[in-house]
Design a protein around this ligand. Structure first.
Ligand code: FES
Length: 88
């Protein structure tokens, strides 16, 4: 099961196929977001490690977020065990 570690907080267990934003929000940890559809870029996060546990970014997302950035609402967790460490 993928695990998200956000801003050094407690580990968040998540399901493959879900984005980063939903589990972080459900955990009660504060994350900036607005549209939840990949438009506003408010949810941009830096992937500290574990990016290999995420589906590759769409080219337009990669262009807007840079090499270590993702939109939390668009970054989908892959199946398997692994920790994705994220900061905002
Ligand atoms: S919440 Fe707007 S791009 Fe993710």
């Amino acid at each position: 099961m993928p695990v998200i570690r956000f801003n050094g907080g407690e580990d968040i267990e998540a399901r493959a196929g879900h984005d980063l934003l939903g589990p972080i929000m459900a955990s009660g940890q504060a994350i900036q977001y607005l549209c939840m559809s990949g438009s506003c870029r408010m949810c941009r996060v830096r992937i500290v490690s574990g990016g290999e546990h995420l589906e590759p970014a769409h080219p337009s997302e990669a262009e807007r977020c840079g090499p270590d950035g993702r939109l939390a609402c668009q970054a989908i967790l892959l199946p398997g065990d692994g920790v994705v460490v994220v900061e905002q």
